[in-house]
Design a protein around this ligand. Structure first.
Ligand code: C5P
Length: 229
């Protein structure tokens, strides 16, 4: 049986957050943001191993003292996200079979829930391609023109927002990313370039990506609410 492992690219500098500490290390409910992300993956019984990809010159990780069963640290991050994922996949090639599933998950998505993972694994474990967690677009979409004025309304029918995890077999994903180069911003795009059609698994807005400082407040509300339940 193919196993499931998680690969968390965490080599970004988070420039849209301002400040010098990479966003994945900012405090969130008294723990580093990335600690929540890694725990969400490592605590799931069906995830065999969690690999985190850091920048080779990361100066912050060791001070955080994050230690989790199932967690392996790889210091092979690259200049772009796709490069970090490619390097990580190569680094784990001896431990993971070509047919094993890799769930690539952003370090900056700390509110991933066990129910999201359950749904993905149930829907995709028997799939020939793999897929991603995503949310159907609910708002009316506008394309902007000059002076930040509306140029047109874009039909939202059939549009989804891509999230992570993005789940593909190790061998197929490495081949797709090596062919695509660093231009792609997610794993699914690389698979699509091979003419394949990843499945959309419906998630929800709680699995937000922390990009701007105010997103941290939202993430704290989501996680805080969970703790009170
Ligand atoms: O910047 P953005 O939010 O798109 O980054 C998504 C994820 O990719 C983050 O977890 C970030 O740390 C990671 N990343 C990376 N290597 C890079 C750039 C981003 O691992 N060179």
């Amino acid at each position: 049986m193919s196993k499931f492992v998680a690969l968390v690219p965490a080599a970004g500098s988070g420039s849209r957050m301002g400040g010098s500490l990479p966003k994945q290390y900012l405090p969130l409910l008294e723990r580093p943001l990335i600690d929540h992300t890694l725990r969400a993956l490592a605590s799931h019984p069906r995830i065999a191993q969690v690999y985190v990809v850091l920048s080779p010159d990361d100066a912050s990780w060791d001070e955080l003292g994050i230690q989790l069963e199932k967690l392996t640290v790889l210091r092979c991050g690259g200049a772009a996200r796709a490069q970090s994922v490619t390097n990580g996949l190569k680094a784990i090639a001896a431990e993971v079979a070509a047919d094993d599933w890799v769930l690539v998950h952003d370090a900056a998505r700390p509110c991933l829930r066990a129910e999201h993972l359950d749904r993905m694994l149930d829907e995709l474990a028997g799939d020939g391609v793999g897929g991603i967690l995503a949310v159907p677009v609910a708002d009316t979409l506008k394309r902007s023109g000059p002076e930040q004025r509306i140029a047109e309304t874009v039909p939202r029918e059939g549009l989804w927002q891509a999230q992570t995890p993005q789940m593909f077999r190790h061998g197929m994903l490495l081949k797709a990313l090596e062919a695509a180069g660093s231009a792609v911003t997610d794993e699914a795009s690389a698979i699509e370039r091979m003419g394949l059609q990843p499945k959309l698994v419906e998630g929800d807005a709680r699995n937000l990506k922390v990009t701007y400082p105010r997103d941290l407040e939202l993430a704290a509300l989501i996680l805080g609410g969970e703790q009170e339940q």
